[in-house]
Ligand binder design. Sequence first.
Ligand code: THU
Length: 138
Amino acid sequence: MTISHEALLAEADRGAANAYAPYSKFHVGAALLTKEGEVFRGCNVENVSYGLTNCAERTAIYAAVAAGRREFTAIAIVQGGDAAAAVQPCWPCGACRQVLSEFNIDMDVIFREGAGYKVTKLRELLPHSFDAERLQAK
Ligand code: THU
C-alpha cells in the first residue's frame, strides 16, 4: 500500500465532508485505494425518495470505475463529523460489501475504532459470497 492507513482514513474524512445527508444526518465518507496508489473519495448522497440513496462506498467505487480503474487494494470508511465516529467502526452495508467484492474480495477495509483504527479483509465481512464462479457452475 502506497499510503498509510491513517492517510487513507484522512481521505475518507474529506469524502465525509461532502456527504449529502439532509434526511438521516448520518455523514459517511469512503476513500478507495487503487493498485497504482490513487485515491477515489466517496460520500453518501441521499434523496427525498429515500430508497434512491447511494452509500459512500458505492459512490467511491463508481467514481473510480468511471475513471477507468478496476483494481483496488483498500478502502477506508468513516462516519463524518464528531466523536460518534470513534465509538464503533462504520461498517459497510450488505449492498456495498457485495459491490466492493465484485472487484477484490481480498481488499483491506479500514475503520476508525476508539482513538485508533482497525483493518480487516472484505472477505471476512462477506463470507460465502455470491460470485462469478457460481454463475459458471450452472
Ligand atoms: N450509509 C453509507 O453511506 N454507507 C454504509 O455502508 C451504510 C449507510 C449511509 C446511507 C444513508 O445516507 C445513511 O448512511 C444512513 O443510513
